[in-house]
Design a protein around this ligand. Sequence first.
Ligand code: SF4
Ligand code: SF4
Length: 700
Amino acid sequence: MTRQEFLFLSNPEKFLFYALAFASLGIAAWQIAGRARLWLSGKPISWGGPQRAGWLRWLPATSALRWWWGNVWSYVLLQRKVRSSRKRSGAPMHLMIFYGFLTLFIGTTLLAIDTYSPVKFHRGLYYLLYEQALDWMGVVFVVGVVWAFFRRHSMSRAELGRAALSPEIDEALRAKQSVDGRRRPMSHALSDNLALGLLLVLGLTGFLLEGARISANPHWFDATTSPVGFSVSSLIGRVSPDGYRVIWWFHAFWVFVFFSVFPRMRLRHLVMAVLSTAGRPPASMGELAPISLAEVEQTGQIGVAVARDYSRWHLMSLDACMECGRCTEVCPAWAVGKVLNPKQVVQDLRGAMASGEAVASAVSEEALWACTTCNACVEACPVLIRHVDLIVDVRRNLVAEGKLSGPSAVMLRQTASTGNAWGAPAANREDWMKGLDIPLCRDGVEFDWLLWVGCAGATDPGAVKTTKAVAALLKKAWVKFACLGPEEACTGDPARRVGDEFLFQDKAQQNVSVFERYAVRRVVTPCPHCFNTLKNEYGAFGGRFEEVIHHSQMLARLIAEGRLQAAAPKAAQVVFHDPCYLARVNNESDAPRFALGELTELNDALIPERPSRSRLAEPPHLGRKTLCCGAGGGRMWMEEPPTHRPANRRVDELLATGAQTVAVACPFCRIMLDAGIKQARPDDDVRLVDLAELLAERNA
Ligand code: SF4
Ligand code: SF4
């Protein structure tokens, strides 16, 4: 049981088919190679690990192969991001198109192998199953494409999550490129419709061809193995050999068109997404790549001035962008009317990669400074583009060129001179301890945990309340801890994310030498920004810890061990705001809820006698999808009109739950939400507290 390939086709026709097939594939390869030349103009990607000599260096290490395969498996074949980030019909529709296309592609490849290799396996039971799989997955593919058409034309832009594609933005981008002398791109709507139309034609002509094949050359098993093709053959009736050849060429024509044009359409993500996801840097979302002095001496510059200053992977990832707009949909800066549109940043950088123009003129500087580095865009992006890397790398260059002014420039000077982003002298880091008998490392006390206070925790009056509550809880639970007092300096997180990489590195080295002096191995901190930097970024500067945890994680442990009691707020009276650098960047949203007496998976795992019902009010954005307060990325020290504050949007969401207490777990969030609450409810008595304070009240 099998079927004959090139049925009724003459040898010259076969020759013509091969010529056209190679030509269309060549056109696709030529277009991709043109882009690859641009990617290769970037900096090499370092994969770490032992350096290998000789020809071996050209081969990827086994660990790199495992990494690539793991990424392809998870993000491409299992469509992890698509399944987790798309809403309503978006995910199933995309999955149908993807798996349908993938099956047809694999099926065609197997057919080609059988036809051209000496091994003939396309027969017997395997062949029957093969035909049936292709038939049904062809239906899945066509239904997915039709669904996409209807969805596109029946849903509003907002429902599609395509705020980024508003006609104004679209037109502005096209006009800009027109002025720059670049070819005026097709509108997104037209391009999308053409892409979907092409896929639909491929699917439908495939079924037409199968029906014609069955009509012209029927087999006894066709009705079973190709039910759709068989139905089509019943509809079209008898097909002559010449009729079959016409239909065959018609289908082949659209295949050639597909290969020739897909690299110029959003469909290019079929290839680019595989490349970008496979080779994504093995760095966590919260880790920025360091730059070395040697690199600066060699290149004569800091950060990214033109696109080729990015790594090859970052340049390649720009081409993987499918312009879906999901990054813009979740961007807190865009949502409050700022010019930052992460999708457009990627598009502008793509343009700069091709034109060679300076990045700072291709992308608006105002947009670059508006980023809070909240990573919502990175989390949402299905092709794993790292917008924060792209933005901070340009900021580094702008800072080095002296283009930063205002309060954030003052913050950098303060961090450099006092070791405190707020500018308080080092000696003031002990002020909060007065009368509390806090153990200090310099006194030679034995300790298991370093309580890392952070600049805000030692300086800001609200955050100081958190610090005191955490210290009181640690004492209550008999945890052996100590603080560094004046020996603690800013981790350098705000400086790094504003773009002053070498100030960050200076602070990192200073702190690491203090850690070594006191043999610090475990750190607990109430600041998610310090937590992220110590945990994910200090390793590159010699920070060797057994554990770095956030105070919510420490409190959850102590509750689970029966050393503290969880807070017990009245049902729905407390709403918890997940900090971006805890929930999204470091994937921790259970521990704070557990500490607040909420039902979580942690409850199940750690204590059998969990609270009987959910106690927290929850906002629409929570966990990894939390909404940024607007303080990160140095935005805390940048001026913005009250109407453009992300915190106000978040406060509206939190208060809409009806809760009278807003619980936080970050000093930065506390400062921003405090201002937002005072603006939204100047006469109301909404309470803003850190979760540690609620626990301290319960465990007093
Ligand atoms: S990190 Fe946050 S603020 Fe910056 S572009 Fe992404 S979503 Fe917008
Ligand atoms: S950067 Fe990612 S999320 Fe944003 S438009 Fe491109 S593919 Fe979509």
